[in-house]
Design a protein around this ligand. Sequence first.
Ligand code: TYD
Length: 140
Amino acid sequence: MRNSTVFDCTLIEMDKHHSDDKGNITVVENSKTIPFQVKRTYYLYDVPGGGSRGSHAHKELQQLIVAASGCFDVTLDDGNVKRTFTLNRPYQGLLIVPGIWRDLNNFSSGSVCLVLASERYDEADYIRDYDEYMIYKENE
Ligand code: TYD
Protein backbone atom coordinates (compact mmCIF):
# COMPACT_ATOMS: atom_id res chain seq x y z
CA MET A 1 0.00 0.00 0.00
CA ARG A 2 1.81 3.04 -1.24
CA ASN A 3 -0.47 5.66 0.35
CA SER A 4 -0.62 4.20 3.88
CA THR A 5 0.56 6.43 6.73
CA VAL A 6 1.85 5.85 10.24
CA PHE A 7 -1.56 7.02 11.49
CA ASP A 8 -3.11 3.88 9.97
CA CYS A 9 -1.01 1.89 12.47
CA THR A 10 -2.47 1.46 15.95
CA LEU A 11 -1.59 0.12 19.35
CA ILE A 12 -4.19 -2.51 20.20
CA GLU A 13 -4.97 -3.04 23.87
CA MET A 14 -5.90 -6.68 24.46
CA ASP A 15 -7.57 -8.31 27.41
CA LYS A 16 -5.22 -9.71 30.09
CA HIS A 17 -7.78 -12.19 31.44
CA HIS A 18 -6.12 -11.63 34.78
CA SER A 19 -6.40 -14.21 37.51
CA ASP A 20 -4.87 -13.56 40.93
CA ASP A 21 -3.81 -17.18 41.39
CA LYS A 22 -3.04 -18.23 37.81
CA GLY A 23 -1.55 -15.11 36.19
CA ASN A 24 -2.63 -13.73 32.82
CA ILE A 25 -3.59 -15.00 29.38
CA THR A 26 -3.97 -12.80 26.30
CA VAL A 27 -5.72 -14.04 23.18
CA VAL A 28 -5.44 -12.87 19.57
CA GLU A 29 -8.23 -13.99 17.24
CA ASN A 30 -8.34 -13.69 13.46
CA SER A 31 -10.62 -10.92 12.16
CA LYS A 32 -11.60 -10.01 15.73
CA THR A 33 -8.58 -8.75 17.65
CA ILE A 34 -6.80 -8.03 14.38
CA PRO A 35 -8.22 -7.20 10.93
CA PHE A 36 -6.45 -10.05 9.12
CA GLN A 37 -6.03 -13.82 9.11
CA VAL A 38 -2.75 -15.00 10.62
CA LYS A 39 -0.81 -17.18 8.15
CA ARG A 40 2.58 -17.07 9.90
CA THR A 41 3.95 -16.54 13.39
CA TYR A 42 7.57 -15.92 14.27
CA TYR A 43 9.50 -14.52 17.18
CA LEU A 44 12.77 -12.71 17.69
CA TYR A 45 14.80 -13.65 20.74
CA ASP A 46 18.42 -13.61 21.94
CA VAL A 47 18.67 -10.14 20.39
CA PRO A 48 21.70 -8.54 22.10
CA GLY A 49 20.73 -5.90 24.69
CA GLY A 50 20.39 -2.52 22.94
CA GLY A 51 20.23 -4.31 19.58
CA SER A 52 18.20 -3.49 16.47
CA ARG A 53 16.17 -5.41 13.87
CA GLY A 54 13.85 -4.54 11.03
CA SER A 55 14.88 -1.66 8.76
CA HIS A 56 12.56 -2.60 5.96
CA ALA A 57 9.01 -2.16 4.68
CA HIS A 58 6.52 -4.63 3.31
CA LYS A 59 4.37 -4.01 0.25
CA GLU A 60 1.39 -6.17 1.26
CA LEU A 61 2.13 -7.77 4.63
CA GLN A 62 0.16 -6.80 7.72
CA GLN A 63 1.62 -7.58 11.11
CA LEU A 64 0.85 -7.45 14.80
CA ILE A 65 4.00 -6.98 16.89
CA VAL A 66 3.96 -7.86 20.59
CA ALA A 67 6.66 -7.59 23.25
CA ALA A 68 5.87 -11.04 24.67
CA SER A 69 8.67 -10.42 27.16
CA GLY A 70 10.91 -7.45 27.88
CA CYS A 71 10.77 -4.29 25.82
CA PHE A 72 11.89 -2.60 22.62
CA ASP A 73 11.00 0.44 20.53
CA VAL A 74 9.35 0.33 17.12
CA THR A 75 9.79 3.41 14.94
CA LEU A 76 7.33 3.59 12.05
CA ASP A 77 8.03 5.83 9.08
CA ASP A 78 5.77 6.48 6.09
CA GLY A 79 8.35 8.62 4.29
CA ASN A 80 6.72 11.73 5.70
CA VAL A 81 6.04 11.20 9.41
CA LYS A 82 7.76 9.01 12.03
CA ARG A 83 6.10 7.58 15.14
CA THR A 84 7.90 5.64 17.86
CA PHE A 85 6.11 3.15 20.09
CA THR A 86 7.70 1.56 23.14
CA LEU A 87 6.37 -1.98 23.47
CA ASN A 88 6.72 -3.37 26.97
CA ARG A 89 3.40 -5.03 27.80
CA PRO A 90 2.45 -8.52 26.53
CA TYR A 91 -1.20 -7.41 26.28
CA GLN A 92 -0.45 -4.62 23.79
CA GLY A 93 0.08 -5.23 20.09
CA LEU A 94 1.23 -2.81 17.44
CA LEU A 95 -0.72 -3.24 14.22
CA ILE A 96 1.42 -2.31 11.20
CA VAL A 97 -0.36 -1.85 7.89
CA PRO A 98 1.38 -2.49 4.53
CA GLY A 99 3.77 0.08 3.09
CA ILE A 100 5.33 1.32 6.34
CA TRP A 101 9.06 1.37 7.04
CA ARG A 102 9.91 0.01 10.51
CA ASP A 103 12.97 0.01 12.74
CA LEU A 104 13.03 -2.04 15.93
CA ASN A 105 15.55 -0.67 18.43
CA ASN A 106 16.67 -0.76 22.05
CA PHE A 107 15.86 -4.40 22.72
CA SER A 108 16.17 -5.22 26.39
CA SER A 109 18.25 -8.35 26.92
CA GLY A 110 16.11 -11.48 27.11
CA SER A 111 13.20 -9.81 25.34
CA VAL A 112 10.94 -11.72 22.97
CA CYS A 113 9.30 -10.00 19.99
CA LEU A 114 6.30 -11.99 18.80
CA VAL A 115 5.07 -11.25 15.27
CA LEU A 116 1.76 -12.40 13.80
CA ALA A 117 1.73 -11.95 10.04
CA SER A 118 -0.97 -11.96 7.37
CA GLU A 119 1.07 -13.80 4.72
CA ARG A 120 3.67 -16.51 4.44
CA TYR A 121 7.30 -15.48 4.05
CA ASP A 122 8.00 -13.85 0.69
CA GLU A 123 11.26 -11.99 0.16
CA ALA A 124 9.69 -10.24 -2.87
CA ASP A 125 7.32 -8.42 -0.49
CA TYR A 126 10.24 -6.71 1.28
CA ILE A 127 11.70 -3.29 0.50
CA ARG A 128 15.06 -3.29 2.28
CA ASP A 129 16.57 -0.13 0.80
CA TYR A 130 15.33 3.19 2.21
CA ASP A 131 15.91 5.13 -1.03
CA GLU A 132 13.94 2.48 -2.91
CA TYR A 133 11.20 2.79 -0.27
CA MET A 134 10.99 6.57 -0.78
CA ILE A 135 10.65 6.07 -4.54
CA TYR A 136 7.94 3.44 -3.91
CA LYS A 137 5.99 5.88 -1.70
CA GLU A 138 6.43 8.81 -4.09
CA ASN A 139 5.04 6.78 -6.99
CA GLU A 140 1.52 6.55 -5.58
P1 TYD B 1 14.24 -10.32 8.52
O1 TYD B 1 12.79 -10.21 8.20
O2 TYD B 1 15.19 -9.46 7.73
O3 TYD B 1 14.47 -10.06 10.08
P2 TYD B 1 14.47 -8.71 10.95
O4 TYD B 1 13.62 -7.71 10.27
O5 TYD B 1 13.93 -9.13 12.26
O6 TYD B 1 15.87 -8.26 11.11
O7 TYD B 1 14.65 -11.83 8.41
C1 TYD B 1 15.92 -12.31 8.83
C2 TYD B 1 16.22 -13.61 8.11
O8 TYD B 1 15.26 -14.60 8.43
C3 TYD B 1 16.20 -13.44 6.59
O9 TYD B 1 17.33 -14.13 6.06
C4 TYD B 1 14.95 -14.15 6.14
C5 TYD B 1 14.65 -15.12 7.26
N1 TYD B 1 13.21 -15.27 7.48
C6 TYD B 1 12.57 -16.39 7.01
O10 TYD B 1 13.18 -17.30 6.41
N2 TYD B 1 11.23 -16.53 7.22
C7 TYD B 1 10.52 -15.57 7.87
O11 TYD B 1 9.28 -15.73 8.05
C8 TYD B 1 11.20 -14.39 8.34
C9 TYD B 1 10.44 -13.30 9.06
C10 TYD B 1 12.54 -14.28 8.12
